[in-house]
Design a protein around this ligand. Sequence first.
Ligand SMILES: Nc1nc2c(c(=O)[nH]1)N[C@H]1C(S)=C(S)[C@@H](COP(=O)(O)OP(=O)(O)OC[C@H]3O[C@@H](n4cnc5c(=O)[nH]c(N)nc54)[C@H](O)[C@@H]3O)O[C@H]1N2
Ligand SMILES: Nc1nc2c(c(=O)[nH]1)N[C@H]1C(S)=C(S)[C@@H](COP(=O)(O)OP(=O)(O)OC[C@H]3O[C@@H](n4cnc5c(=O)[nH]c(N)nc54)[C@H](O)[C@@H]3O)O[C@H]1N2
Ligand SMILES: [Mo]
Length: 770
Amino acid sequence: MAAKAPIEDISEDARNMEVSPPKDWAAGVPGVLHSMIPGIKEMGAGRALTLLTDMNQKDGFDCMSCAWADPDHRKTFEFCENGAKAVTWEATPVTIPTSFWAQNSISSLSGKSEYWLGMQGRLIEPVYKPKGKDHYEPISWDDAFALIADRLKAMDSPDEATFYTSGRTANETAFIYQLMARNLGTNNLPDCSNMCHESTGKAMGEVIGIGKNTIAYKDFGKADLIIVMGQNPGTNHPRMLTALEECKDNGGKIVAINTLHEAGLSRYKNPQRVRGIIGHGTGLADQYMLIRAGGDGWLMKAISKKVLEAEDAAPGTVLDHAFLEEHCQGLEEFREHVKDLDNDMVLKATGLTQAEIDELADRYLHSERVIITWAMGLTQHHDAVSIIKEVINLLLLRGNMGKPGAGASPIRGHSNVQGDRTMGIWEQMPEKFLAGLDREFGISVPREHGYDVVKSVTAMQEGKTKVWMAMGGNMVSAVSDTHAAEDGFSKVGLNVQVSTKLNRNHLTVGDEALILPVLGRTEIDMQATGEQSLSVEDSVCAIHATKGKVKPISSLLKSEVAVVVGIARALWGDDGPIDWAGFEKNYDTIRDHIEAVIPGFTDFNKRLRQDHGFVLPHGPRDSRTFPTKTGKAMITVNDLEYIERPEGRLLLQSMRAHDQFNTTIYSLDDRYRGIKKSRRVIFVNPDDLKELGIADGAIVDVHSEYSDGVDRVVRAFKAVSYPTSRGCAATYFPEGNPLVPLGLTAMGSNTPASKSVVIRLEPASVPAGR
Ligand SMILES: Nc1nc2c(c(=O)[nH]1)N[C@H]1C(S)=C(S)[C@@H](COP(=O)(O)OP(=O)(O)OC[C@H]3O[C@@H](n4cnc5c(=O)[nH]c(N)nc54)[C@H](O)[C@@H]3O)O[C@H]1N2
Ligand SMILES: Nc1nc2c(c(=O)[nH]1)N[C@H]1C(S)=C(S)[C@@H](COP(=O)(O)OP(=O)(O)OC[C@H]3O[C@@H](n4cnc5c(=O)[nH]c(N)nc54)[C@H](O)[C@@H]3O)O[C@H]1N2
Ligand SMILES: [Mo]
């Protein structure tokens, strides 16, 4: 298909920003129309309609915009506004022509915004940047594979290579990708999960034995109470609003706990319903708690204390004694510990009133089936692991786990981030899995843990990384401390990026670099034995197939599976113990190996072809069996932190706007928050602005403060008065990432603490601009 003219760059000057009051409702018809217009305009009505009606359907493809679960009864349009944006972004007919690479040097492209880069269209041919050159140039697939194999073989140790994964990669690709890394001899398998729900995995893994959601989709409709913490579903998991609405329809209540007022948590206009189209929609949150950043663990502990006090006042009636006795341990230590909880500290750390806390306690005590959901507002703090353990403590006290309508529900981000972990994308996979690989393939994989994301940046900075490969993603923009990451990437010998669209990581490279363009989820994947399907795992452990529907945008594209196989065959030929060539011909063969190595995948190929796939076994959810060290769920004593905010400083979080998918920027607007035409914004509570003597709308520089004394700064942001809790401020990711120190990570999970950075605002030192 001929390349169309790409979209022009647009100024990101904060002075262009248009600010209006935030909305108090989400979705509805404007949302869906918003989503369909760009698709229809760009792709033509036929292609757009095929894609939008095949999305999240049996025999269709899985939406790549989040890991939200599919309901049993799917509608014709089972997608949301942001899913539609993701699809149109990928399936655009705009492509990057060969001439682009000669016309644009890497240095000149580095000056472009992430938005502009993404809008240049799909990558359609492999390109190579030789040492000493400032341009990419076309290269054949065979030469690219040979070059990668050559550089990998030239390394002194397999640990000089690192293999990153972004969580959109399907199960089959992820499985053979980690197999390639481990067969080479390294566990350097960092992934986006290290920056995302790692704190959840760590906390839940320790206390209940598994890091995954303990509920099924249907439980949302059965809950009496759903507490949504540190999550903005109206933007990031819009189809979850339907599940929340189901809860309300059945008489359930919803409590939102957030540092900001988010439109999607207040009111939802379901476009599939008459009252969502013409009426006021459904009011969602019955209680909205505007909490201080990082205060959630204190709140959970305070509610737990109330639960224990209620039990003392009416013994035998409040706790779920049968559950606690049979399945849990640690109650007595916890009971002693919370007795000493300092109520003044709770009020200070949460910024809430006693009445608000009492109201939540009351709701919890009067609900028999409670679900607590959470996302990045809990996982990206220095003591995130402890905060999440406090969530589990509260649930366990009243047996809210492993029964209908109740449980712990971490809502995953990338559409297959959970599946990638199941497939072995982790720098610290347990012995059982590694031994399984050895047995299945007759090989011997390494046991020493590899680098996670943060450690991989340090290794690059220290010059220890000769070959970097990324299966999707844009780590240089996604990780904290952008300048440290740029420094690291500039020291890598060969940078191999497997991608669909151009991004910052292609321009932040060392000596040599390759961009390998691949099929997206929407495109038909044709191999020697016919059209192939892949599989993914959603947030509630359901495995289902995903199959591309439209003709690939270029005949030069390979599937991600074919790229891994190409490299592996260039490395080891066809005579080794692993039949790489067979994987590419027929993905069923990969699934047979997955079945042999990973529990829960019995009859994988057969069950994948059944209607909705299947659900992986889950001890706590299915039978209240807890695969922890002791076989019991652990109620734990956790020390919580209070992040001090020195005089004149604020606590900054960096979050997503409505028109972005992580580092992919669809537009410069954030409709629900009333922001248009620029993303260089910092939201501040009006009283804090007053106290700091900063006018609403002033252009400021934002400096972060950290123990290493480095002055990290982003310049020329517009300070906008906004309903956020006192002392807390918010900006967008990735623009805010230069402010997050690489060393500021969650204890135990090493996840960048992107939601609690101490900052100060100063008058802008340079004119507004990019
Ligand atoms: N459209 C779209 N969908 C997406 C994504 C996207 O970028 N765009 N990204 C995907 C990915 S990878 C992920 S991980 C998810 C992310 O989904 P979310 O976690 O919803 O993403 P964030 O924008 O980081 O929002 C964090 C929320 O937590 C709140 N918050 C911040 N700090 C605190 C705190 O200390 N306590 C409490 N209670 N609240 C706090 C913020 O105000 C915000 O509402 O979404 C996925 N889906
Ligand atoms: N400050 C701050 N930083 C954060 C966060 C935050 O809340 N605040 N959130 C963190 C979280 S939760 C996450 S998950 C990470 C995300 O980190 P990443 O997963 O690394 O980043 P993405 O922006 O999702 O990656 C986008 C790129 O993936 C490629 N891509 C898209 N589709 C495909 C495909 O089908 N195949 C291939 N091969 N490539 C594809 C495109 O080239 C695109 O540019 O960021 C983290 N960083
Ligand atoms: Mo994520």
